[in-house]
Design a protein around this ligand. Structure first.
Ligand code: OFO
Length: 170
């Protein structure tokens, strides 16, 4: 059985994951309109994964005797200027998500809820991967600079990455 504090912390994280999904959906749509089909595919997939992260929390809360709250979502930012800007804001967003996850983990320790602590470790590892991937993509984009051929190849690489089996987030 979840304590009220843990239930509230997990419901807060439901909202964070839902907002991530929404934010990446807006980025995907922008990329699609720019003709960056590989980047769009990557971001659509990323948005889906965030929804899976949210669902995983919803199910856990309900299974543990709590009540999951499905939140209203704020309008995501849509004022994108460049593909590098997109990935920089993605990384910024993920570092904030990591801080939120750390707060939940901290609450688990304070409440001595080792079951939820164990459940949250999946999110801790996921954040390491997501931040590392965002940093790698930003590094590549910085190398490419204004080279259109490089951008074409970058976009094509992301297309390949998106076609890989989508086991993450399940
Ligand atoms: Fe849910 O991992 Fe990103 O936000």
């Amino acid at each position: 059985m979840l304590s009220k504090k843990i239930e509230a912390a997990l419901n807060g994280q439901v909202e964070v994951e839902a907002m991530s999904s929404q934010a990446y959906l807006a980025m995907a749509s922008w990329a699609e309109n720019q003709g960056l089909s590989g980047t769009a595919a990557f971001l659509y997939k990323h948005s889906d994964e965030e929804r899976m992260h949210m669902l995983k929390l919803v199910k856990f809360i309900n299974e543990r005797g709590g009540k999951a709250i499905i939140p209203a979502l704020k309008l995501p930012s849509t004022n994108f200027k460049s593909i590098t800007g997109i990935f920089e804001s993605l990384l910024f967003h993920e570092t904030k998500v990591t801080q939120e996850i750390n707060k939940v983990v901290d609450t688990c320790l304070k409440e001595k809820d080792y079951t939820t602590h164990n459940f949250m470790q999946w999110y801790v590892s996921e954040q390491i991967e997501e931040e590392a991937l965002a940093r790698t993509l930003i590094d590549k984009l910085n190398l490419i600079g204004n080279d259109k051929g490089g951008l074409y190849l970058f976009d094509r690489d992301l297309e390949g990455l998106s076609a890989a089996p989508a086991e993450r987030g399940q």
